[in-house]
Write a protein of this length. Sequence first.
Length: 311
Amino acid sequence: MKNIILRVDKVPEVLAEQLSRDYTLYEYEKLSVEEFSAIVGKVQVILASGESKVATSLINQLPALKLIAVFGVGYDGVDIHAAFQRNIQVTNTPDILTDDVADLSMAMMLAVSRQIIGAQKFIERGDWQRGNYRQTTKVSGGRLGIVGFGRIGRAVAQRAKGFAMRIGYFDKYRSDNEECIYYPNLLELARDSDVLMVCASGGPQSAKLINSDVLAALGPQGILINIARGSVVDEAALVEAITHQRIAGAGLDVFADEPNVPPALLNRDNVVITPHIGSATRATRAAMARLVIDNIAAFYADTPLLTAVTK
């Protein structure tokens, strides 16, 4: 009999298909109470996405659970403490998606600052026949503030150097990168930034880190970009700031309640929104899938995991 894997969220079909060849793959949401009861004592592996919720209640129902394999870099939806208390290992897919997410962050910064989407709509409405589009904000030589200076934050900084930007960052750890300015205070970073780029990890510690005070410090000429987690931004405060022009614009790839986007953020020339596509390139998603497969294979072979989460 094949080993059982419990899939708790959507993952690319190519990953699900490949795993189904070697294992028995069940979708949690599609199981009846009776079907779930029949396998609870046999599930050793949970397959999750970066947006999945793997709560203590589910973990505690699976006495044989030994691995939670996350398709994504973020695992803030996994009750990591409950898992570690039971010696359940957790893996994710770091590094692979860093370049794609950093690339998207720069695209969003340019799109919002230069109002590329708004300018396209201007042409499509026929408004160019009646005059020129409004002037927008220069990016090169501007001040970029990065919130969270991990892999993605550092990759963003590397790209921003090509635009001759002055780069500051806020993080719980000070980096040895002397070309970027460390800010121990987030409000000070926001005040000193033309663009505030959110690259922080999700979770309780960063929930609504970008609040009304931070947005006020960013100011009416400032732009917010979030390619991290929707939970890091106080979405109600952001809507208020956009609606009342307390910031100049926003670029958002993530939201607090995906796939639901606040209506007040739609159809605005100064707001660019994308449906959580940070890592969604063919090459990167294929590499992420391969890493998940390799981690699960290593678990069943009782060999070291490739990307085990340690905290």
